[in-house]
Design a protein around this ligand. Structure first.
Ligand SMILES: C[S@@+](CC[C@H](N)C(=O)[O-])C[C@H]1O[C@@H](n2cnc3c(N)ncnc32)[C@H](O)[C@@H]1O
Length: 251
Protein backbone atom coordinates (compact mmCIF):
# COMPACT_ATOMS: atom_id res chain seq x y z
CA UNK A 1 0.00 0.00 0.00
CA UNK A 2 1.27 3.44 -0.95
CA UNK A 3 -0.06 6.48 0.85
CA UNK A 4 0.76 10.14 0.35
CA UNK A 5 -0.67 12.89 2.53
CA UNK A 6 -0.85 16.48 1.30
CA UNK A 7 -0.85 18.71 4.36
CA UNK A 8 0.31 21.95 5.96
CA UNK A 9 1.20 19.96 9.10
CA UNK A 10 3.19 16.85 8.10
CA UNK A 11 4.57 16.37 11.65
CA UNK A 12 1.05 15.71 12.91
CA UNK A 13 0.71 12.77 10.54
CA UNK A 14 4.23 11.47 11.11
CA UNK A 15 3.89 11.54 14.89
CA UNK A 16 0.65 9.60 14.93
CA UNK A 17 1.56 6.98 12.33
CA UNK A 18 5.06 6.37 13.73
CA UNK A 19 3.64 5.14 17.04
CA UNK A 20 2.73 1.63 18.12
CA UNK A 21 1.34 -0.88 15.59
CA UNK A 22 1.40 1.40 12.55
CA UNK A 23 4.93 2.58 13.45
CA UNK A 24 6.19 -1.00 13.63
CA UNK A 25 4.46 -1.89 10.36
CA UNK A 26 6.04 1.12 8.70
CA UNK A 27 9.49 0.17 9.97
CA UNK A 28 8.90 -3.35 8.64
CA UNK A 29 8.10 -1.91 5.21
CA UNK A 30 4.49 -3.19 5.13
CA UNK A 31 3.33 0.08 3.60
CA UNK A 32 4.87 3.32 2.40
CA UNK A 33 3.77 6.72 3.63
CA UNK A 34 5.00 10.04 2.34
CA UNK A 35 3.90 13.43 3.57
CA UNK A 36 4.09 16.42 1.25
CA UNK A 37 4.20 19.90 2.72
CA UNK A 38 1.78 22.03 0.70
CA UNK A 39 3.63 25.17 1.83
CA UNK A 40 6.64 24.01 -0.21
CA UNK A 41 4.50 25.01 -3.21
CA UNK A 42 3.54 28.44 -1.88
CA UNK A 43 2.73 31.19 -4.36
CA UNK A 44 5.40 33.57 -2.99
CA UNK A 45 8.63 33.42 -1.02
CA UNK A 46 6.82 34.21 2.23
CA UNK A 47 5.06 30.85 2.09
CA UNK A 48 1.63 32.15 1.17
CA UNK A 49 -0.87 29.32 0.64
CA UNK A 50 -4.18 30.95 1.62
CA UNK A 51 -6.24 34.01 0.90
CA UNK A 52 -9.55 35.65 1.78
CA UNK A 53 -12.74 34.15 0.33
CA UNK A 54 -14.51 35.79 -2.57
CA UNK A 55 -17.95 36.83 -1.40
CA UNK A 56 -16.75 37.69 2.11
CA UNK A 57 -16.53 35.76 5.36
CA UNK A 58 -13.98 35.82 8.15
CA UNK A 59 -11.65 32.89 7.45
CA UNK A 60 -8.93 32.22 4.92
CA UNK A 61 -9.14 29.64 2.18
CA UNK A 62 -6.31 27.44 0.90
CA UNK A 63 -5.43 28.52 -2.64
CA UNK A 64 -5.82 26.19 -5.61
CA UNK A 65 -2.28 26.41 -7.04
CA UNK A 66 -0.17 25.26 -4.04
CA UNK A 67 -2.56 22.33 -3.52
CA UNK A 68 -2.42 21.46 -7.21
CA UNK A 69 1.40 21.58 -7.32
CA UNK A 70 1.62 19.40 -4.18
CA UNK A 71 -0.76 16.92 -5.83
CA UNK A 72 1.36 16.88 -9.02
CA UNK A 73 4.38 16.06 -6.85
CA UNK A 74 2.44 13.17 -5.26
CA UNK A 75 1.35 11.92 -8.68
CA UNK A 76 4.93 12.06 -9.95
CA UNK A 77 5.91 9.50 -7.29
CA UNK A 78 4.05 6.79 -9.21
CA UNK A 79 4.06 7.88 -12.87
CA UNK A 80 2.83 4.47 -14.08
CA UNK A 81 -0.10 4.17 -11.69
CA UNK A 82 -3.05 6.56 -11.51
CA UNK A 83 -3.53 7.85 -7.96
CA UNK A 84 -6.83 7.89 -6.10
CA UNK A 85 -7.23 11.24 -4.36
CA UNK A 86 -9.29 11.51 -1.20
CA UNK A 87 -10.21 14.87 0.27
CA UNK A 88 -10.95 14.79 4.01
CA UNK A 89 -13.97 17.02 4.44
CA UNK A 90 -16.96 17.43 6.75
CA UNK A 91 -19.04 17.48 3.53
CA UNK A 92 -17.76 14.04 2.51
CA UNK A 93 -19.33 10.61 2.67
CA UNK A 94 -19.29 9.22 6.20
CA UNK A 95 -16.23 6.96 6.59
CA UNK A 96 -17.03 3.36 7.55
CA UNK A 97 -15.42 -0.05 8.01
CA UNK A 98 -16.73 -1.06 4.56
CA UNK A 99 -14.89 1.89 3.04
CA UNK A 100 -11.73 1.03 4.97
CA UNK A 101 -11.95 -2.46 3.52
CA UNK A 102 -12.49 -1.15 0.00
CA UNK A 103 -9.60 1.35 0.25
CA UNK A 104 -7.25 -1.25 1.76
CA UNK A 105 -7.86 -3.43 -1.30
CA UNK A 106 -7.29 -0.56 -3.74
CA UNK A 107 -4.50 -1.10 -6.25
CA UNK A 108 -4.09 2.61 -6.81
CA UNK A 109 -1.76 4.66 -4.60
CA UNK A 110 -3.87 6.78 -2.24
CA UNK A 111 -3.36 10.51 -1.91
CA UNK A 112 -5.05 12.07 1.11
CA UNK A 113 -5.65 15.81 0.95
CA UNK A 114 -6.02 17.69 4.23
CA UNK A 115 -7.67 21.09 4.32
CA UNK A 116 -7.14 23.75 6.97
CA UNK A 117 -8.61 27.16 7.84
CA UNK A 118 -11.91 27.53 5.92
CA UNK A 119 -11.00 24.68 3.58
CA UNK A 120 -9.77 24.60 -0.02
CA UNK A 121 -10.67 26.47 -3.23
CA UNK A 122 -13.40 24.42 -4.93
CA UNK A 123 -11.75 24.56 -8.36
CA UNK A 124 -8.77 22.43 -7.42
CA UNK A 125 -11.05 19.98 -5.62
CA UNK A 126 -13.11 19.65 -8.78
CA UNK A 127 -9.95 18.96 -10.76
CA UNK A 128 -8.12 16.40 -8.62
CA UNK A 129 -10.42 14.75 -6.06
CA UNK A 130 -11.96 11.28 -6.56
CA UNK A 131 -13.68 10.85 -3.19
CA UNK A 132 -14.54 13.07 -0.23
CA UNK A 133 -14.63 11.43 3.18
CA UNK A 134 -15.86 12.75 6.51
CA UNK A 135 -15.01 11.04 9.80
CA UNK A 136 -18.15 12.34 11.49
CA UNK A 137 -20.78 15.05 11.60
CA UNK A 138 -18.63 17.65 13.35
CA UNK A 139 -15.99 20.13 12.22
CA UNK A 140 -12.27 19.75 12.97
CA UNK A 141 -9.68 22.50 12.56
CA UNK A 142 -7.87 20.51 9.89
CA UNK A 143 -7.98 17.29 7.90
CA UNK A 144 -4.86 15.79 9.54
CA UNK A 145 -6.62 14.00 12.39
CA UNK A 146 -9.22 12.73 9.94
CA UNK A 147 -6.47 11.47 7.61
CA UNK A 148 -4.84 9.65 10.55
CA UNK A 149 -8.17 8.00 11.40
CA UNK A 150 -8.61 6.80 7.83
CA UNK A 151 -5.00 5.63 7.51
CA UNK A 152 -5.09 3.79 10.83
CA UNK A 153 -8.38 2.04 9.99
CA UNK A 154 -7.14 0.80 6.66
CA UNK A 155 -3.62 -0.16 7.72
CA UNK A 156 -5.05 -2.61 10.27
CA UNK A 157 -6.52 -4.49 7.31
CA UNK A 158 -3.21 -4.77 5.46
CA UNK A 159 -1.88 -8.33 5.82
CA UNK A 160 0.93 -8.51 8.36
CA UNK A 161 0.13 -5.26 10.17
CA UNK A 162 -1.76 -7.12 12.90
CA UNK A 163 -0.28 -10.37 14.22
CA UNK A 164 -3.18 -12.56 12.98
CA UNK A 165 -6.02 -12.03 10.53
CA UNK A 166 -8.42 -13.01 13.31
CA UNK A 167 -7.38 -9.90 15.22
CA UNK A 168 -9.45 -7.82 12.82
CA UNK A 169 -11.90 -10.22 11.18
CA UNK A 170 -13.70 -10.79 14.49
CA UNK A 171 -14.04 -7.17 15.49
CA UNK A 172 -16.89 -4.69 15.66
CA UNK A 173 -18.29 -3.70 12.25
CA UNK A 174 -16.47 -6.45 10.33
CA UNK A 175 -19.59 -8.58 9.82
CA UNK A 176 -22.11 -5.82 10.51
CA UNK A 177 -22.33 -6.51 14.25
CA UNK A 178 -20.57 -5.00 17.26
CA UNK A 179 -18.06 -7.06 19.19
CA UNK A 180 -19.07 -9.24 22.16
CA UNK A 181 -17.74 -8.29 25.64
CA UNK A 182 -14.19 -9.45 26.40
CA UNK A 183 -12.40 -10.21 29.67
CA UNK A 184 -8.86 -10.87 30.88
CA UNK A 185 -7.25 -11.87 34.22
CA UNK A 186 -8.14 -11.85 37.05
CA UNK A 187 -11.22 -14.10 36.82
CA UNK A 188 -12.91 -12.08 39.57
CA UNK A 189 -12.47 -8.30 39.83
CA UNK A 190 -14.48 -6.08 42.23
CA UNK A 191 -16.81 -9.07 42.80
CA UNK A 192 -17.46 -9.20 39.05
CA UNK A 193 -16.91 -12.66 37.65
CA UNK A 194 -15.91 -13.57 34.09
CA UNK A 195 -18.80 -15.55 32.48
CA UNK A 196 -18.31 -19.27 33.24
CA UNK A 197 -18.63 -20.29 29.59
CA UNK A 198 -15.41 -18.42 28.71
CA UNK A 199 -13.48 -20.52 31.23
CA UNK A 200 -15.13 -23.80 30.25
CA UNK A 201 -12.54 -24.61 27.57
CA UNK A 202 -15.43 -25.71 25.33
CA UNK A 203 -14.58 -23.84 22.10
CA UNK A 204 -17.88 -24.43 20.28
CA UNK A 205 -19.87 -23.18 23.26
CA UNK A 206 -17.58 -20.18 23.63
CA UNK A 207 -18.07 -19.23 19.99
CA UNK A 208 -21.86 -19.52 20.24
CA UNK A 209 -21.81 -17.36 23.35
CA UNK A 210 -19.65 -14.78 21.59
CA UNK A 211 -21.87 -14.55 18.53
CA UNK A 212 -25.07 -14.32 20.54
CA UNK A 213 -23.52 -11.61 22.71
CA UNK A 214 -22.45 -9.73 19.58
CA UNK A 215 -26.06 -9.83 18.34
CA UNK A 216 -27.39 -8.73 21.73
CA UNK A 217 -24.91 -5.84 22.09
CA UNK A 218 -25.71 -4.64 18.58
CA UNK A 219 -29.46 -4.67 19.21
CA UNK A 220 -28.99 -2.85 22.52
CA UNK A 221 -26.44 -0.25 21.51
CA UNK A 222 -27.01 0.27 17.79
CA UNK A 223 -30.45 -0.82 16.64
CA UNK A 224 -29.72 1.04 13.39
CA UNK A 225 -26.90 -1.44 12.64
CA UNK A 226 -29.01 -4.39 13.73
CA UNK A 227 -31.60 -3.41 11.12
CA UNK A 228 -28.92 -3.47 8.41
CA UNK A 229 -27.67 -6.92 9.37
CA UNK A 230 -30.74 -9.04 10.22
CA UNK A 231 -30.04 -12.12 12.34
CA UNK A 232 -30.81 -15.55 10.97
CA UNK A 233 -33.07 -17.96 12.83
CA UNK A 234 -30.24 -19.71 14.71
CA UNK A 235 -28.73 -16.39 15.77
CA UNK A 236 -32.09 -15.18 17.08
CA UNK A 237 -32.58 -18.40 19.04
CA UNK A 238 -29.10 -18.16 20.59
CA UNK A 239 -29.49 -14.53 21.41
CA UNK A 240 -32.87 -15.02 23.09
CA UNK A 241 -31.51 -17.95 25.09
CA UNK A 242 -28.60 -15.77 26.24
CA UNK A 243 -30.97 -12.96 27.17
CA UNK A 244 -33.13 -15.38 29.18
CA UNK A 245 -30.05 -16.54 31.08
CA UNK A 246 -29.11 -12.94 31.81
CA UNK A 247 -32.57 -12.14 33.13
CA UNK A 248 -32.70 -15.23 35.33
CA UNK A 249 -29.14 -14.58 36.54
CA UNK A 250 -27.65 -17.77 35.09
CA UNK A 251 -24.62 -17.97 32.89
C1 LIG B 1 -12.49 24.14 9.68
S1 LIG B 1 -12.57 22.85 8.50
C2 LIG B 1 -13.40 23.63 7.17
C3 LIG B 1 -14.86 23.48 7.27
C4 LIG B 1 -15.60 24.03 6.07
N1 LIG B 1 -15.51 25.46 6.04
C5 LIG B 1 -17.07 23.62 6.14
O1 LIG B 1 -17.86 24.32 6.75
O2 LIG B 1 -17.40 22.53 5.60
C6 LIG B 1 -10.94 22.70 7.94
C7 LIG B 1 -10.57 21.36 7.36
O3 LIG B 1 -10.69 20.34 8.34
C8 LIG B 1 -11.00 19.10 7.73
N2 LIG B 1 -12.19 18.56 8.41
C9 LIG B 1 -12.97 19.21 9.29
N3 LIG B 1 -13.95 18.43 9.75
C10 LIG B 1 -13.79 17.22 9.17
C11 LIG B 1 -14.49 15.99 9.23
N4 LIG B 1 -15.56 15.84 9.99
N5 LIG B 1 -14.03 14.96 8.49
C12 LIG B 1 -12.95 15.09 7.69
N6 LIG B 1 -12.25 16.24 7.59
C13 LIG B 1 -12.65 17.29 8.31
C14 LIG B 1 -11.20 19.37 6.24
O4 LIG B 1 -10.02 18.98 5.56
C15 LIG B 1 -11.40 20.87 6.20
O5 LIG B 1 -10.98 21.44 4.98
Amino acid sequence: MRLTVLTLFPDLIEQVINESITGRARAAGLFSLKTIQIRDFAVNRYGKVDDACYGGGTGMLMMAEPVYQAWLAARAETPDLPVRTIHLSPRGKLFSQDMARELAASERPLVLLCGHYEGIDQRVLDEIVDDELSIGDYVLTGGELAACVVIDALLRLVPGVLPAEEAYTRESHMDGLLEYPQYTRPAVWHDRKVPDVLMSGHQAKIERWQSSQAALETLRRRPDLARKRPLDEAEWADMLARRREEVTGQR
